[in-house]
Ligand binder design. Sequence first.
Ligand SMILES: Cc1ncc(C[n+]2csc(CCOP(=O)(O)OP(=O)(O)O)c2C)c(N)n1
Ligand SMILES: [Mg+2]
Length: 588
Amino acid sequence: MSTIDRIVTAPGTVEQRAVGETAEGYVEALIEQGVRYLFLNPGTDTFPIQEALSKLAAQGRPVPRTVLCLFEVVALAAAHGYYAATGEPQAVLVHVDVGTQNLGGMLHNAQRGRAAVFIAAGLAPYTSDPRLRGSRDTYIHWLQDQPDQRGIVRNYVKWDYELRRPDQVGEVVARAFQIAASDPPGPVYLTLPREVLMDTLGEVTLYRPERVPPTKLGAGDPTLLREVARRLVAAERPVVLTGTTGRTDAGYRGLVRLAELLALPVVEWRDRANFPSAHPLHQGDDPAPWLASADLVLILDHDVPYLPAQAGPSREAIVVQIDLDPVKERIPLWTFPLNLAIRADTAQALDYLADQARELLTEAHRRRIAVRREDLAAKHAQQRAAWQAEARASSALRPISPVWLATCLGQLARETPGCVFVDEAVTSDGAIWRNVEVSEPGTWFKSGGSALGWGLGAAVGIKLARPDRQVVALVGDGSFVFGEPLAALWASQTQHAPILVVIFNNGCYNATRSPLVAAYPKGHSVTANDFVGIDLLPAPRYDLLAPVVGAYGERVEDPSEVLPALRRGLERVQGGQSVVLDVQLAHP
Ligand SMILES: Cc1ncc(C[n+]2csc(CCOP(=O)(O)OP(=O)(O)O)c2C)c(N)n1
Ligand SMILES: [Mg+2]
């Protein structure tokens, strides 16, 4: 039996489709896996796929829409954003080792942000015999031949492979998607040698995604969850710390249900919209005041639930983490003490917990919970009153305060139901979280990692995924530049995916300034007010960059102009044009 015969008769093989070269089979395999967009930056070894896209489109095949990104950072950030907004694995294609390297920190973000993204890269041809189709024919083919191209990404991906034979293509692509989407999701990487892409295939074997399913976690160990339910019901001072529970609608609703049933205070690291921020049980973003006195700490989907240098649970507290990976196997040192580490899809675990807890509740429990509910509502109201007072006090400050910009954004959000925010505003995060409310899952996105430059590309990807929504990217001035604004804005304009970009422009890398000041309060930098490598001064005219690609730019310096400028900006975005608002903030 030939290899192809074996594949044809294997379970899960569903369809043979006539194609010319392997590259066409590759595109067919992407379509079979449900790929609607291909985030691309090409090279001399990806053109067989580009040719296949052109040819198949002409034949009336439903090819993925190509999103040409002029820098690879934008391609991967956009694919990550699209995945985060939909849960649908995305495809990226880049040029050999160099394009792979340009993915840069976005690979770290895809890993930490658990983005199921299938990244493929061309591979310099192996052969130099000109009689062989696809063999080396240009200067760079020798330079791009690296000892281990896949080694560049191996630290960050769940799986890497090289397409070795034409007849493998359907299987390999299906396998890539299966691994990327399996819990916990993450990026995968495939190299595509040019000889293989240009080899005649004749017939591609396509694997239907249902027959190559990703493995998904369920509710978690029922014995452990029953124990957690029992402890939650009995707890007097419980607290919930959440990071990405709202990555699914079910997670968001599950958390609301459990928190309401037991009157649990929720402290949120707003990586996603996890819990309605105006809900009386929402207690802001700082776990420190809760940890010392809590008798039960329920951590949900958190990579860094608190900073041990600042606060931690008491020795008596029961600490539970529920997550797709509750002990963080890919973080070499992760030593937050836990009593129970429950591997689960949190949404399902929360439902199970709520069902169990409800059965355990006695009248005495209900009375105690009612008292706690009142107490937490009062705390919530007190906290919000303080935030609102701070916002009012900031309204006329010149230069503009980040709190005031955030307050105006909060107003814009209220006027724009369903508005989606992408948050890469670094040291302005606290002001933003306190002044921009969320009331719906899927309306807040952070990268999940620490590599800056994600926000702009991610916003474009999210707009492609949710064309009916207004997408607002909140970025620091440093982060704006890291995000390759020319490439990102160009993609947003050419893809008709307009976004509103708001720059929290404090003229510096504040996040690298504050730890220096904290560590050397009387150091030379502070006493001489001479900081090395911190200031972005003279500040570039970011607003003037926008028109270069047909977007609109505006600089805002007057606090009374912030809200009108935001409204004008959003109006333009609704009209189809991307906008950059460069808001000049006080220099820290
Ligand atoms: C790709 C990358 N390079 C460098 C850093 C280190 N870094 C962390 S925060 C920061 C400054 C960010 O500046 P900005 O976006 O203006 O926000 P701000 O700190 O001023 O609020 C830098 C350079 C990083 N996180 N990622
Ligand atoms: Mg800054």
